[in-house]
Design a protein around this ligand. Structure first.
Ligand SMILES: [Zn+2]
Length: 303
């Protein structure tokens, strides 16, 4: 009786909550609220991680204060979708265009920092999902930059066609290859799983007479249903993510590296909060715990 009543209450709640939920997740019901994992005292579920990454629709399209991260690397993205500008004397590299509707916002952030959007020579990205690379075609149109993509992500990129626009791919690279411009080299590391060609980019920067390793990590968030191929990819990718030399962890969503809290610390002066080697594997720890718990649950559910 009590159970039935609870279920009835939940059904009512679902009906009451229904419209609000449906406006933001029209096609996608979103990930479930289990399994739950606790990492460094924080509890996460697939749903809470997605909410943490994406925020509200407004968060996804509102510029976050553009700022210098470290060396020649700048943040030019929105509150929840990362975009980075890597500046050089011979032009710039843009990492993640995010949604196409954000490209003018990114252009404005680049200008606010005193750089020219039209000086972008390369457009690279972390992975072939619309919230990170939908804007590639428009950004290329506006700059004439080359779009460089990991081979394994090319099919998924080509399926992203905002307004019917073909997704440009000017150069296809493989794991370990790099992009060099004006003395800066970004090396591509395949960390597949979230997408087939999920790419972590590494570089080193100079600041205050010291050199720092920077990693633009690709999302390590596993899908709801983990196929044997994806399982193999993630097992490899977690090892790679942990082995990359890292002093400055960055991510395709700001929440993956606590950007908001670190940016707040910038105001106080003192040491650069983005230099944070002790947290380089924090996101891998969360995502691997979730991946293992998801696999367990999936295997337990099999007949
Ligand atoms: Zn994604």
């Amino acid at each position: 009786m009590f159970r039935g009543l609870t279920l009835f209450t939940l059904l009512i709640a679902a009906v009451v909550l229904g419209p609000g939920v449906h406006t933001t997740r029209a096609q996608n019901p979103g990930p479930p609220d289990r399994p739950a994992v606790t990492v460094r005292g924080q509890t996460y579920t697939p749903r809470s991680i997605l909410a943490r990454n994406m925020g509200t629709p407004e968060d996804q399209t509102t510029a976050f204060a553009p700022h210098k991260v470290v060396g020649n690397i700048y943040y030019v993205g929105t509150r929840t979708l990362s975009s980075f500008l890597v500046t050089t004397p011979q032009g710039h590299i843009l990492v993640n265009t995010t949604y196409e509707r954000n490209v003018p916002t990114i252009e404005k952030s680049v200008a606010q920092l005193g750089f020219k959007f039209s000086d972008i020579k390369f457009i690279i990205g972390n992975h072939a999902h619309g919230d990170h690379q939908e804007g590639d075609a428009l950004a290329r149109q506006m700059t004439g930059a080359q779009v460089v993509a990991m081979a394994e992500d090319v099919p998924a990129l080509q399926a992203i066609k905002p307004g019917g626009k073909e997704h440009p791919v000017d150069r296809v690279i493989r794991d370990g290859e790099s992009v060099t411009l004006g003395g800066t080299t970004l090396v591509a590391h395949l960390t597949a799983g979230h997408t087939r060609g999920c790419t972590a980019w590494t570089t080193s920067v100079q600041e205050g007479g010291r050199s720092y390793n920077v990693v633009f990590y690709c999302s390590l968030r596993a899908p709801g249903k983990i196929s044997p191929e994806v399982e193999t990819e993630f097992n490899r990718s977690f090892k790679i993510a942990r082995s990359l030399p890292c002093d400055v962890p960055l991510g395709d969503h700001p929440a993956q590296y606590n950007m908001h809290a670190k940016h707040a610390k910038l105001q106080g002066g003192g040491a650069n909060p983005f230099i944070d080697a002790s947290n380089c594997t924090a996101e891998a720890d969360i995502q691997e715990a979730m991946f293992r718990a998801g696999l367990e649950e999936q295997k337990g559910a099999q007949p």
